[in-house]
Design a protein around this ligand. Structure first.
Ligand code: MN
Length: 487
């Protein structure tokens, strides 16, 4: 798409984000809500739709829904209802999903997301509780169905069609993921399917106020797939409209469910549009309306955990972090908690942030590991920083100690340093002076340059001394001696 086309067309994207809530039991029965177990072990009569089995709402799921609603400033419905959404497929032996169609528990609200460093607000239409379906598994000669997932509580968060780019869509979903993690309402493990995204995508000329035919793409479970698919679908629709300027635009885009084809690298039509009528929604007769009180909502509001945007603000004020550093930490709740643990041991916020998000992250990136995945404790990282601040080791040696910590994730860095005489800093002024004299003698040009005002030449000379001492010389002593010798 060229920039002229980009200026002419406006993509309209609405997202439905399905988040599995991490309650102990399922939404309508006491069967365990657990991923990864043997197929069909976490099931009850309700999950498998036995005749006469009656659903009972899980209070914990309601609580997590309300917490989410409060965190995005939604209206919490004091009365919401459940409906049956009929469809035929072996993943649901009842032939319907229990959802909230007419009166959802969460209405409205605003998700604040960081889009390329800029904070943007995205309006939410509603969020409703529903049950997840089972899963079909395909084997060489047959297919099986696992009902362990049937009845897992889902909160489906429906945005208004206010998202305009694939990047905005990713930022919006990331913000929801982050809120869920801070609430401890979901593990949001996208690979395991606990956060899945459906996107409704259409395109219209800028200024047009009605919506054109849309493509729906279901069940995207990674950020890269989400971004790629949305971009590709936007471009496909623009291509079709642009190539057929004289056709009735209503006939150009086939509304329906599309999927990403990894071979063609584009979205292809799976099935034509089904409308709400096709699902024959009707009120669920086995569940009474869900009634919650204002006092209940107030009691949840009182004990809300710190939310990502609140922690972000605190990091800017309390630690004077840059917006960039603060967002790297808070976007990953586990990493942010890790930083806080380390800070309790050694309160040098900036150095800790640098070691966690830059030094270690850089060293571990290639291996596809993180401090958390390797099990290096926050206390150990704090001790490493403390040793630099105490001048027990130099910053240069600290990098080598960090390599050792990665090689032996359980080892205490203090032990690593104690057991290796090479890591001790060189503080002996006489020894360092000898090396400084030698470096000054060997680099007359740099000495001249420095005297003429070239600051870089001084750094070069310091570097030479450090090289001769394998990074162990106390930098303060080196600086003082060099300055004395060549002023
Ligand atoms: Mn749904």
């Amino acid at each position: 798409m060229n920039s002229k086309e980009k200026d002419f067309w406006e993509p309209v994207i609405g997202l439905e984000v399905h988040v599995q809530l991490n309650t102990k039991s399922k939404i309508f029965s006491s069967a365990p809500n657990r991923f990864g177990d043997e197929p069909n072990t976490n099931i009850s009569e309700v999950c498998t739709g036995q005749p006469g089995a009656l659903p009972v709402i899980n209070q914990e799921a309601v609580k997590k829904a309300v917490q989410f609603g409060l965190s995005i400033d939604s209206e919490i419905s004091l009365l919401s209802t459940f409906d049956r959404k009929s469809y035929f497929y072996p993943d649901s032996p009842r032939n319907f999903q229990i959802t909230q169609f007419e009166h959802p528990i969460i209405i409205g609200g605003m998700v604040v997301a960081d889009v390329g460093g800029e904070s943007k607000e995205f309006a939410v239409k509603e969020a409703h509780l529903e049950d997840d379906a089972g899963m079909l598994k395909h084997f060489p000669s047959f297919a099986g169905v696992d009902y362990n997932r049937a009845g897992v509580p889902l909160l489906e968060i429906v945005s208004q069609p206010v998202i305009r780019t694939a990047k905005e869509a990713v930022a919006y979903v990331m913000a929801i993921k982050s809120i869920m993690e801070y609430l401890d309402a979901s593990d949001c493990n996208m690979e395991e399917g606990s956060l899945r995204v459906d996107a409704n995508i259409s395109v219209r000329p800028k200024g047009e106020t009605t919506l054109r035919a849309r493509a729906e793409i279901k069940n995207m479970n990674s950020f890269s797939l989400l971004e790629m698919t949305i971009d590709s679908e936007i471009n496909r629709q623009i291509r079709i409209y642009t190539a057929n300027p004289h056709e009735d635009f209503n006939k150009l885009i086939q509304p329906g469910t599309y999927r990403w084809d990894p071979e063609k690298k584009e979205t292809i039509l799976m099935r034509k549009k089904e409308s709400a009528e096709d699902y024959r929604y009707f009120p669920e007769p086995d569940l009474p309306p869900l009634i919650i009180t204002k006092d209940y909502v107030a009691s949840i509001k009182k004990v809300m955990p710190e939310l990502p945007h609140e922690r972000y603000k605190r990091y800017l004020e309390e630690y004077k972090f840059s917006e960039y550093s603060a967002s790297i930490l808070i976007n990953d709740k586990n990493l942010s908690d890790y930083f806080e643990q380390a800070y309790k041991v050694h309160p040098n916020a900036h150095a800790l942030c640098n070691w966690i998000t830059v030094e270690f992250a850089g060293k571990l990136k290639e291996k596809g590991e993180t401090l958390l995945s390797l099990g290096i404790s926050a206390t150990h990282v704090a001790k490493l920083v403390k040793m630099i601040d105490d001048q027990t080791i130099t910053g240069k040696i600290a990098k080598t100690v960090a390599d050792d910590m990665i090689a032996f994730p359980d080892k205490d860095p203090e032990e690593i340093v104690k057991s290796n005489p090479d890591y001790m800093p060189l503080n002996d002024v006489d020894v360092i002076e000898g090396i400084v004299d030698q470096v000054v003698k060997e680099n007359p040009q740099s000495v001249e340059d420095y005297k003429k005002g070239k600051k870089k030449a001084f750094a070069f000379l310091v570097g030479q001394v450090m090289r001769h001492t394998k990074g162990k010389a106390n930098p303060q002593i080196v600086n003082d001696l060099l300055q004395k010798k060549i002023k």
